[in-house]
Design a protein around this ligand. Structure first.
Ligand SMILES: C[S@@+](CC[C@H](N)C(=O)[O-])C[C@H]1O[C@@H](n2cnc3c(N)ncnc32)[C@H](O)[C@@H]1O
Length: 209
């Protein structure tokens, strides 16, 4: 099992300067989806190649994975996909990067690192302060998708997001995926593993009101 990267390490205090949306994407006006903790980005490559009318942005804290993903984007000449290295919390809290939050239509937190020990909960990517920042900066109507196979982590994320009154739960049954960032319900690597091993999946969708 891989060692989780501690996002609170000072290694991640330095944030890479992000290019503008028009430097990141061929058509900067397309709807933008942000995937937080995208690992090697396989899910985003599948989405970007299958759904060229959306732009996709991945943030990942493991630098090597991001370097490789960036090289693959260049080699394959994909114009609607971009990767950022670093701790998502630091990147999105940075004033210079507010333009990203203002422009996103949806965010996914799919199978984030669970950090099982109570003293490590503060390393989990979804934190009250982070949700508060999102609620202050996201446009109304922006969607947040969470998924995990860890019940305790699901309860923690759900409680953190639901206790912010700017976010309302959307009933999954009423949700029309065909117009979302993931029209054909592609799955992440972790989700494929979880399904193969017949583990439970806990998920929820929220909308900024
Ligand atoms: C369990 S993996 C899941 C990967 C992928 N989302 C999936 O469903 O297959 C969680 C990923 O989140 C990354 N990660 C954890 N904390 C992060 C943070 N604060 N910012 C960015 N990435 C983070 C980890 O390095 C890891 O690649």
């Amino acid at each position: 099992m891989r060692q989780h990267v501690n996002p609170l390490s000072s290694n991640f205090n330095q944030i890479e300067k992000l290019p503008s949306l028009s430097e990141m994407f061929g058509d900067s006006k397309s709807n933008l989806h942000l995937d937080i903790g995208c690992a090697a980005g396989e899910f985003l490559f599948d989405l970007a190649l299958g759904n060229t009318s959306w732009n996709y942005l991945g943030i990942e804290i493991r630098e090597k994975l991001v370097k490789n993903a960036k090289l693959k984007v260049i080699e394959r000449e994909i114009k609607n996909l971009y990767f950022i290295f670093g701790n998502a919390n630091n990147i999105l809290n940075d004033m210079q990067n507010k333009f990203i939050i203002k422009n996103i239509k949806s965010i996914s937190f799919y199978f984030p690192d669970p950090w099982f020990k109570k003293r490590h909960y503060k390393r989990r990517v979804i934190q009250p302060g982070f949700v508060n920042m999102l609620s202050n900066s996201l446009q109304k109507g922006t969607l947040i998708f969470i998924k995990t196979d860890v019940k305790d982590l699901f309860n923690y994320m759900d409680c953190t997001i639901s206790s912010n009154f700017h976010f309302k739960t959307i009933d999954k049954k009423d949700f029309n995926y065909s117009e979302s960032f993931n029209p054909i319900k592609l799955k992440t690597d972790r989700e494929k593993y979880v399904i193969y091993n017949q583990l439970d999946i806990y998920e929820k969708i929220y909308i900024k009101i």
